[in-house]
Design a protein around this ligand. Structure first.
Ligand code: PLP
Length: 390
């Protein structure tokens, strides 16, 4: 019988994540948490439960993931969902018809579609604002505003929200402050230290990190909201299955190693792109020329692994996408394999073209998700692809 118990130990996140679940199975001492592939759980007798009744409500594999996420972020409770959008959909049910929510204007395309086409018709007013500009947020405030939903780093322009200022405003007005921290993770940004009440993640991205699972996560800072989210998670039922929960847990174990490597590679690639004659503009908050650089440096611990850039006139994006050989032309981000995405026709296709262009997403913009490969291989791949696309 294993007596190991990590619960009450004060551990650094690297230790916490690497050992996630290793103390769960007291009977066998299994180092990797078992995949509890079961829908239901037998009861010892009437009125008694093992703590598990039915896997929509709770499942041990999912619970280990949820407890790990909560401890990682410093919240009271974590929740795992079937996707990032399932997580965001569930969180928006905290609001009632008649409420308004201020949201980042250049949201991830799927979130934009969910809020405009699904949530808004139920009577929750969605107010898109440039949340990197606190004055614009103040100007949009009215008494019906009950929530703020902000992406810590936006996609693909990587605008940086002013979280400390937004946190103060949310506190003063009693708003529920939700941060989609998918692009930075708690390793690079800690929204709870800046007044956020709830964080949401597409765990498909950095948390899972291997382009092998679609998943979502929510972490809540205080008990009141946690109870409401727990109720909604069970009532709505968009939960993560045990196999996928296990994959996310497995991914989390190496997150610190992966994300630091991805960020190191990203800095090198962004700097290389910035001096390239076939590149018109580079967007990466780790470059001192990026408008959000100073702000992210002051509030975070890293700049992430996403870089977008605009090719110069005369370079064909179609050819660029066809000629990359190490980068994979695919949607998504945050995994160990480097991907190249064309926001105009992929991630942001559901956004009105005029609006898209206003955000800087034109048909010469491509987005890179930098993986853990050798940076020189990635640069050589971009070099040959750019040259043959001119
Ligand atoms: C991908 C993504 C989502 C949606 O997550 P899914 O897991 O694809 O449902 C939400 N927000 C951001 C910032 C994302 O990148």
């Amino acid at each position: 019988m294993s007596q190991r118990n990590l619960k009450d130990k004060k551990l650094a996140v690297e230790t916490l994540l690497a050992q996630a679940g290793s103390d769960w199975d007291k009977r066998t001492g299994a180092v990797s948490v078992p995949i509890y592939q079961t829908a239901t759980f037998g009861h010892p007798e009437l009125g008694k439960s093992t703590g598990f009744d039915y896997s929509r409500s709770s499942n041990p594999t999912r619970l280990v993931l949820e407890e790990t996420l909560a401890r990682f972020e410093g919240g009271v409770r974590g929740f795992a969902f079937a996707s990032g959008l399932a997580a965001i959909d569930t969180i928006f049910r905290l609001f009632a018809p008649g409420d308004s929510v201020i949201v980042t204007e250049d949201l991830y395309g799927g979130t934009h579609r969910l809020l405009e086409k699904v949530i808004a018709p139920y009577g929750v007013r969605i107010i898109p604002v440039d949340t990197s500009d606190i004055n614009a947020v103040h100007a949009a405030m009215d008494p019906s505003v009950k929530g703020l939903f902000v992406e810590s780093l936006t996609n693909p322009m990587l605008r940086v929200a002013d979280l400390p200022a937004l946190g103060k405003l949310a506190k003063a007005r009693g708003l529920t402050f939700i941060v989609d921290n998918t692009f930075l993770t708690p390793l690079f940004l800690k929204p709870f230290d800046m007044g956020a009440d709830v964080t949401v993640y597409s765990a498909t991205k950095f948390l899972g990190g291997h382009n092998d699972v679609v998943a979502g996560a929510v972490v809540v800072k205080d008990h009141d909201i946690a109870e409401k989210v727990a109720f909604l998670q069970n009532a709505v039922g968009a939960v993560l299955g045990p196999q996928d929960a296990w994959l996310v847990l497995r991914g989390l174990k190496t997150l610190p190693l992966r994300i630091h490597r991805q960020a190191e590679n990203a800095v090198r690639i962004a700097a290389w792109l910035a001096q390239h004659p076939l590149v018109k503009a580079v967007h990466y908050p780790g470059l001192s020329t990026h408008p959000g650089h100073a702000r992210l440096r002051s509030m975070g611990f890293g700049f992430g692994g996403i870089v977008s850039f605009e090719v110069a006139e005369g370079v064909s994006v179609k050819d660029l996408l066809a000629r990359v050989g190490v980068f994979i032309f695919a949607e998504s981000l945050g995994g160990v394999e480097s991907l190249i995405t064309y926001p105009t026709v992929q991630t942001h296709a559901d956004i009105d073209p005029a609006r898209r262009v206003r955000f800087g997403i034109n048909d010469r913009l491509v987005r890179l998700s930098i993986g853990i490969e050798d940076a020189a291989d990635l640069i050589a791949d971009l070099e040959q692809a750019l040259e043959s696309a001119r």
